[in-house]
Design a protein around this ligand. Structure first.
Ligand code: SAH
Ligand code: SF4
Ligand code: F3S
Length: 478
């Protein structure tokens, strides 16, 4: 690939490095230079987010920066002077969606040569993808990664005022930048980052390469943010990290995530959630704190990935099937009403039918409330991508179907247990399917569509459940 002066391109080997150096906490790194203060005046931006909550939260920062530059948000790419795709690299189909969209929107750039068409997020951190973008998708004129969101004003200036193609992706362990602006998309529910990056290096996963090393925010910074959200009227916060259980280890914060959870709970915001918890370092103290505080929701996302010990070992998950089950039952014994969801990958390289059946047996034992199931997708640069794979796509698809049929049945059964019960629901808004119906989530994270009396978004109300489906509940406000 032809490197232009001023470009920085991603490098997977650099992205993999981990040193013992503590991450730098930057409190004044983000600045808007005088010459770009009005860059967006009279201009409109369209921002689309792919991927996980980390990307959702990053998009709120991107929107915050763009609005400080006086850009105005629009709902469709056709109206925009700036299109920005915040992308996800977790599986090939996630990437294909983005590449399809880039091709699909090319005509807008043909019509309007001044259009700024940008790509950021996890795909921008991938060597192979940026190479394709640079060479084949020439209408993309702005690329930046997850480590330099704060540079957006300068990068935009290069494109808009100097008419350059601007490509800057840093492959590094990462810092913690505390002074970024934010435009929250929700009025009642908010995301709160507590730890960035991931050091687990599960052998199939690209995230440790796209997001850098595990680095925690200081507890006081997090608590200040939560206090402010409460003062602004937010009802629910979700503490975010690729593995929230690792919170504080890098900063040697005593008590780690359990203590953070307790301090957040004491602030008294109505609902606290967290995601994601890696089963490996889920402590007993965490279970105690979740059980102790009513405002910590009885819902845990606990990805298992596989029910087979050999596969778990090759995945580098650091726990056995037995250890997972022990933790699962410990949580359930202590909090019988706690809902538990999971993630599962089928068709990991060379997974045998017997190994797959071990996963099915685990699902039958755990009877998860919800599951996110995926066919393994090789990610360039990860150890698993170099493993030869003897399982055909056909077999993988059949396994995925069998797995889905299995967990769906239990999820439906779990939901059936809600029939006739009255549950607390935080009202989100109007149901997608029927305008006379409102929707919201129970404490256990079940979607409820209900006939309202006087409820409005942001209220926490009682709803009597009248019908149970596999993926949602129906009811009436009482
Ligand atoms: N940090 C979280 C997971 C984030 S990625 C955790 O460890 O639980 C979300 C899910 O995507 C993972 O749990 C896994 O099930 C799935 N996933 C990750 N890499 C994948 C790959 N290469 N192919 C298929 N699924 C993958
Ligand atoms: Fe990926 Fe594993 Fe880290 Fe989760 S814990 S982000 S699956 S490497
Ligand atoms: Fe995707 Fe990056 Fe999240 S790869 S799942 S957006 S951390």
């Amino acid at each position: 690939m032809k490197k232009q002066p001023g470009w920085a391109l991603p490098n997977l080997r650099e992205a993999q490095k981990r040193t013992k150096k503590e991450a730098i906490i930057e409190r004044s790194l983000f600045q808007i230079p005088v010459e770009v203060r009005d860059l967006g005046l009279g201009k409109k931006y369209y921002l689309r987010t792919y991927g996980c909550q980390a990307n959702e939260r990053d998009s709120e920062t991107l929107a915050g920066i763009l609005e400080e530059l006086k850009f105005e948000a629009v709902e469709t790419p056709e109206e925009a002077d700036l299109i920005l795709l915040n992308t996800c690299a977790i599986r090939k189909n996630a990437e294909d969606k983005v590449l399809g969209e880039i091709g699909h929107l090319k005509h807008l750039k043909d019509k309007n040569p001044d259009l700024v068409f940008g790509l950021c997020g996890c795909m921008a951190q991938e060597e192979e993808i940026v190479q394709i973008i640079v060479e084949k998708y020439r209408h993309i004129n702005l690329v930046f990664g997850t480590h330099n969101i704060h540079r957006l004003p300068e990068l935009l200036y290069e494109v808009m005022s100097c008419h350059k193609r601007s490509i800057e992706v840093l492959s590094k362990e990462g810092d913690v930048i505390e002074n970024l602006p934010v435009r929250r998309f929700g009025k009642n529910k908010a995301w709160v980052n507590i730890i960035y990056g991931c050091d687990k290096f599960c052998t199939y996963c690209i995230v440790p390469y796209t997001r850098g090393k595990e680095r925690s925010r200081y507890m006081e910074d997090i608590l200040d943010e939560v206090r402010q959200l409460k003062a602004e009227g937010y009802k629910e916060i979700t503490l975010l990290g690729q593995n929230v259980n690792a919170y504080g280890k890098d900063l040697k914060i005593e008590g780690g995530f359990a203590r953070l959870l307790e301090e957040v709970a004491k602030i008294g915001i109505d609902r606290i959630r967290f995601t994601t918890s890696h089963p490996w370092d889920f402590s007993d103290e965490m279970i105690d704190i979740i059980a102790k505080y009513d405002n910590i929701m009885p819902f845990i996302h606990l990805p298992v990935q596989s029910g087979d010990n050999q596969i778990l070992k090759i995945m580098g998950r650091r726990y056995t099937r037995e250890q997972y089950l022990t933790l699962f039952h410990k949580i359930k014994d202590r909090m019988p009403n706690c809902a538990i969801s999971t993630d599962i990958i089928v068709g990991f390289p060379n997974e045998t039918e017997e190994q797959f059946q071990h996963t099915i047996e685990l699902v039958k034992e755990c009877q998860f409330d919800n599951a996110f199931t995926f066919i393994y997708s090789p990610r360039e640069g990860t150890p698993a991508a170099a493993m030869e794979d003897n399982v055909s796509l056909e077999v993988k698809q059949r396994r995925l179907q069998e797995l889905n049929d299995c967990w769906n049945e239990y999820a439906h059964e779990k939901n059936n247990a809600y029939l006739g019960q009255t549950v607390k629901v935080l009202v989100d808004g109007i149901s997608k399917k029927n305008e006379s119906i409102l929707s919201g989530y129970t404490e256990t994270n079940k979607l409820v569509n209900f006939k309202a009396k006087d409820a409005k978004p942001g209220d926490i109300i009682n709803v009597k459940i009248t019908e149970c489906r596999t993926f949602s509940l129906n009811g009436e406000q009482v």
